[in-house]
Design a binder for this molecule. Structure first.
Ligand SMILES: [Zn+2]
Length: 84
């Protein structure tokens, strides 16, 4: 691995990135980004995607209801695949 002046490698940073964003922390303030344009670009891409998703799905459905619907859809699918 190439030695770096940064405390962590891009791979290590990117592994933490989802948790960082998920925890509501300001990922853009992470020290790794000060020296890494590649991860800065990656983060802004991810934030653009997250923002677009929020606009598409402003109301979060209760997960139980959602999973029930998925479950029903899967069962319906299986029924049509297996004839009696
Ligand atoms: Zn990086």
């Amino acid at each position: 691995m190439t030695p770096s002046r940064n405390a962590m490698t891009c791979q290590q940073f990117q592994e933490q990135l989802a948790d960082l964003i998920g925890s509501g922390e300001n990922a853009a303030a992470h020290p790794h980004l000060r020296g890494c344009i590649r991860c800065t670009v990656l983060l802004s891409d991810l934030e653009a995607i997250a923002e677009a998703a929020r606009q598409l799905f402003p109301i979060v459905e209760p997960p139980e209801k959602l999973w029930k619907q998925i479950e029903i859809a899967i069962k319906d699918d299986q029924k049509s695949l297996i004839p009696d």
